[in-house]
Design a protein around this ligand. Sequence first.
Ligand SMILES: *Cc1c(COP(=O)(O)O)cnc(C)c1O
Length: 451
Amino acid sequence: MTDQKKFLLSENDIPKQWYNVQADLQKPLDPALHPGTGEPAGPDDFAPLFPMDLIMQEVSQDRWIDIPDPIREMYRMWRPTPLIRATKLEKALGTPAKIFYKYEGVSPVGSHKPNTAIAQAYYNKIEGTKQIVTETGAGQWGSALAFACSQFGLDSKIFMVSASYDQKPYRKSMMQTWGGSVTSSPSTETESGKKILENDPKSPGSLGIAISEAVEVAAGNDDTKYALGSVLNHVLMHQTVIGQEAILQMEKADAYPDIIIGCAGGGSNLAGISFPFIPDKLRGKNTRLIAVEPAASPSLTKGKFTYDFGDAIGMTPLLKMYTLGHTFIPNPIHAGGLRYHGMAPLISALFEAGIYEARAYHQNACFESAVLFAKTEGIIPAPEPTHAIKAAIDEALSCKKTGEEKNILFHLCGHGHLDLSAYDSYFSGNMIDYALPSESIEEAMQSVPKV
Ligand SMILES: *Cc1c(COP(=O)(O)O)cnc(C)c1O
């Protein structure tokens, strides 16, 4: 008998509750602050943008929150997702470690993002929202939201950063297939967009500008709300279905993880795989939790833990988080989902408390690891989780040196079928490892408001 490869669950094993790590923090999170007054922001400040159920989840201290049946029903389309042992990668590395990965690329959009998109669309639906508006960079979040809205009979409107709108036509086609209305940002549909275009008619756009456009549309229309794909507490909580399934699957494999690894952009996929293991860690389990960032956007490893805006323009509430400064614009690495100046307040607080460790890698080394992974395990990863793969391989190789038989669990949060141009760039030798952006971080840190 060879070792078991896949650890699968039945639909009955789809979690019935989300895990809210806020209940297990040593001290509560610092509150979000109103961008104008600098005072703690209350539920009413968020009401124009989000449905009340999500606002209450954002601040809830309850350890478990029931997942409504209609959401579990939707999750059944692709959940539970498989947990796979990377036996062939282990062999290629010659490591005594066991490597496991939880694979979220089996969702309709090819990533973990619909776990929260479905939940957000549901709470909007029951509160009477007709349309959800959002922004998307590379298009992963926009696709997830368009898919979720189509399932609940809601309209979706997506402001897509102009540069990606031109470079990533297939993501746009996906959103349109699910009925999403996609607008290149900056656009003439909003005052924020017009202002940018007046100054720079050929503006390539940015996530910050697209957020401003989406928020303006949501704030100006009663039947329209806004949605965010990462960073916020409720978004991270929705992703905990991933780690809860992984706990059951690692039990089936008779292997408790010694190391859990995820890439970290805004923090949601890392939270999803790792938060459900935190109660055990607090009770004394010696599991290491590792966040992996791109060297081009190193918020945990090079940023500061302080209040900052969530967007580039300074319209959103202030969040206490690790940040590189809200005006920081990361170099154009291929892992578009990791190009964010901040980190989720929950991941930031847990990193500050020593629960997480963090490291940063350059993109060529990550793609080298991803190609080895694809050649052995078969799956072609999205550019973002190549960072987690690189860390898993490094840990497995240090086990090879010491002879330790550790259990390593990493999160393969998406496939790369729509990102093959990144692989082209790697194979042709044109992929750039940008120098550590120390000067631009210093400059952007000047933009962090004094609170
Ligand atoms: C959006 C995205 C990310 C980055 O966001 P997190 O909130 O850090 O998870 C990473 N990987 C994939 C596949 C994504 O779609």
